[in-house]
Design a protein around this ligand. Sequence first.
Ligand code: NI
Ligand code: MN
Length: 225
Amino acid sequence: MGIEITYIGHSAFYIYNEKTGILIDPFISQNPVANFDYKKYRISQIFVTHAHADHLGDAIEISKETGASIVCVFELAQYCAKKGANVLPVNIGGEILFDWGCALFVPAYHSSSTADGVYGGMSAGIIISIDGAKIYHAGDTSLSMEMQLIGDIYKPQLAMLPIGGCFTMGINDAVVAARLIKAEHIIPMHYNTFEQIYADAEQFKKLIEAQGQKCIVMPCHKEPN
Ligand code: NI
Ligand code: MN
């Protein structure tokens, strides 16, 4: 793989290579575990899985600052456009081509509304193909049979799965999800940011490895001083 992945914390990631950089769910300024200065990085697109504040995060501000488009479900895109962001509206099932690869929006079992109560359309997971790597970011979701379809048809090598419980699946369901998705590598996310979503990532790692998959528990990025 010619790509690098930075874990910003919660469900926020920065994925990049020499030519491009994309943000997913850029919850940064209000994220108690994030220490990431987006101004230092090349950002070509900002992917957002759904409208909740811990995922939309700083997307609108970053779009306005950098000109990068927010790629998200139609209703949320309309909201972001009204706030002055550049947007690329999509919906579930849509595959979007970029000069660096493509992205496919898939179902997530979750709700989606903005902090000020605007309906955000359906919640999504996103499968990103870049530099020969296929990465599935599940967004916020429960366990679902859709994941088996994702594993059978799209065959991601890497899956980022929420494990924090309460608002998403917890460890035990995420282990089953990993089994359905069949990705070689699993990265846990959406845990330990707040008290309600405490989860033991090392326990998750043990369970994932017991079923023959690899688990990468990523530390949150810290900007050098
Ligand atoms: Ni959510
Ligand atoms: Mn969330």
